[in-house]
Write a protein that binds this ligand. Sequence first.
Ligand SMILES: [Mn+2]
Length: 326
Amino acid sequence: MTTDPNPPQELVAKIRAAERVLITSHVNPDGDAVGSSLGLARVLRRLGKSATVWLRDTPPAAFSELRGASRIHTGESPPNGFPDEYNLAVTLECPSIDRCGLETPLEALPVLNIDHHLGNEHYGVVNWVDPSAPAVGELVLRLADKLHAEVDPDTATCLFLALATDTGWFRFANATPDAFKTAAVLVGRGAKPEQVSEWLYEQQSPAALRLLSEMLPTLEIAGDGAVATTVLTQEMFDNAGAEQQHTEGLIDHARSIAGVQTVALLREREPGVFKVSLRSRGEIDVQSVALKYGGGGHKNAAGFAVEMPAAEARALVVRELSALLS
Ligand SMILES: [Mn+2]
């Protein structure tokens, strides 16, 4: 794909002109959402602007070591006199404006929409959507360079975490030559991969491991060995003393089984409501399933929510995933 790697001029101009910027990303924020948001906030502050990061949901604890993580505002609506006290909102990683968890009021501000999801709805006053970018963190790096803002080691670390998590540590199909080049630039500017890896994988709480042990017995294989599903009910969260944030990475265990092409993790967010996370290999498009049920994502990683009993929800997911393979 030959996409212009540069941010649109209009986007750069709007950022240069703004003094107080609200940055947000999607609900249930992942590494790209958190790393990009914190990285962009640091870039804007470096330019003398006020930048506030608001995420509707509390980020996973694994990201709490990132510089600025303790300053992230969470909850139903943005803080500090929203919307009157801001000039501009930037959404990162939000294919539609409601993905940030706040719909109408955000439109009180001009919205810059920066994303790499193919199905982005171009809802902003300026839209910078580059599906060839391995992570939104890479777009933030390109933007920082365009703005001539210094990317210091803490900023580079935020963006590296975004890139590393979205590419599965450079193992997924989006681990392109550009992804490696961007990683090289970020490490050159002071990002420490070994430190990020330690934060993500060696700071687990006992609750997270107990939750894994609750999940593993629920493993079921269907579709001639190609479809693996696991379930986490509220009861399992209670047994483990775990929270939703402890589910980070749990879906990958089923992916590791030989012959499995597509996997799902169903987790109960509130009684009877399941968030379904889907993963797939190669050309198998799980985004199509997610879109059918009002969700979204990428070809190989997507999700949606359903309200029904666990067994019924699992049967539906198995049916849909099996149909993808036939
Ligand atoms: Mn992303």
